[in-house]
Unconditional design. Sequence first.
Length: 332
Amino acid sequence: MQRLRDAILDSGGKAVHADRAVDAWMLGRPVLEAFSEPRYALPRHARPALEAALAELGALARVVEEHPAEDGGRKLLLELGDGSRVETVLLPRDGLCVSTQVGCRVGCQFCGTGTLGLVRNLTTEELLAQVRLGRERQKVRRVVFMGMGEPAHNIESVLEAVATLHRDGRIGREQLVFSTVGHPRVFARLEECTPPPALALSLHSLDRDRRRVLLPRAPDVEPRELLAEAVAYATRNRHPLQVQWTLIAGRTDGLEEAEELASLVRGTRTVVNYIPVNAVDGLAFQRPSGEHIHALVARVQDLGVLTKVRWSAAQDATGGCGQLVARPKDRG
Ligand code: SF4
């Protein structure tokens, strides 16, 4: 968190003061209280500089609505400094789902964010501000870049946030999850990050034509090759790979395709996350029946692949996958 560090060091503070301020801010704690003990007292000129920096950071994002969900999740509607709105979702079990863009260019058919188009990328500080706001409300030990936006389209800011959250925010390397629709060049860039984040690949189909329809502006690459690249990245970096697969009745819920997916990842540390499609206003996709989902999961697991069904967190607060559109409640 360079802004805080610079404010303190440029106004006569020492490295120990800068470290304390950064630590408190990154952990969601009151920053000025970190200097209440006499032995850590700030030099006279450093305090106004620190207060000014904190005010600037506080103006990056503010919570305008909070929607608790029955599963313990909580969706936060945030207003950014320029009036743009994004959503951040507190997940059960100490997780936080962060938005990386206002809107998204990929336009996935099953996703509310995709209907917005891309407005702009978030800055690194805006990504970190989401984590601070989350940590002001609950413990956060896992950050997934799976909210609004495609992280690969804002990769420099996202990777700087990954490195900062690991170095200054005490979040473990496997607990920082970069989610992407995938592009072969992305994997090399992720590997240059310290640490390389864990990976979630939004695959949804092995059929190139079908995937092109579902994810109209994702890179048009052969899904099997994309999966192989993702598996290789995760293996090299000793991470588990998450394969995200939205289940849409009649389109992405075929047993044969599930068996092929299992055959492609068997023997690797891959988890298949089936996400029954969430209700999104104006989009008419159906979920498969509960029995069918159960049969799919059982088959893939029989083939030796760890499989989970992600009934998205905070769904009743429309904070589930594909439901983030940053619209205030009273505007439905
Ligand atoms: S699912 Fe992700 S990549 Fe696709 S439109 Fe929504 S936010 Fe963008």
